[in-house]
Design a protein around this ligand. Structure first.
Ligand SMILES: [Fe+2]
Length: 157
């Protein structure tokens, strides 16, 4: 779980991007990990991008088959910017960084208000499911002590 969490955005690295052959975010990370001997991490990572929430059929199929680790990673992605935050804050941050007029041509580009609403509802479904699995309420979610050490280590500190 920790390895998947730390490596899920691997395909954003400049040194990895040329190897992912234009695959969408998440699929690129999963593909790279398969080709480098870590196939077990691919299914945990592949469903984490917020753009997946815009595809109703994909989301429903994934929700029925995803492992608890994959569900947790996807949910954590909706709660963690530089700090742990609410989904509303996280989505607000995405909206400020990628306002509708700037999204044309991006992976999340051209989302209508209807799609944004559907994405939000699917994120809420994911939140309810993961929090039910963990036995906590969304406002009780906290970073565990090991995360600080792991992040420092991943940054080479
Ligand atoms: Fe990501």
């Amino acid at each position: 779980m920790e390895s998947a969490a730390l490596l899920h955005d691997l395909d954003k690295l400049a040194s990895v991007k040329p190897e992912v052959r234009g695959l969408p975010h998440g699929e690129g990370s999963a593909d790279w990990l398969v080709r480098h001997g870590h196939a077990e991490l691919a299914p945990v990572i592949v469903g984490h991008p917020v753009s997946r929430l815009a595809d109703a059929a994909w989301f429903e199929r994934w929700l029925e088959t995803a492992s608890p680790e994959a569900l947790i990673l996807a949910y954590a992605d909706k709660r963690a910017g530089q700090q742990l935050e609410s989904m509303a804050a996280r989505f607000g941050s995405w909206e400020r960084r990628y306002p509708p007029e700037a999204r044309a041509g991006r992976a999340r580009g051209s989302w209508t208000l209807e799609t944004l609403g559907a994405v939000w509802r699917r994120a809420e479904t994911l939140e309810l499911l993961v929090c039910e699995l963990a036995g906590v309420a969304p406002d009780e979610v906290r970073r565990l002590p090991w995360t600080g050490r792991a992040l420092r280590s991943a940054r080479g500190g």
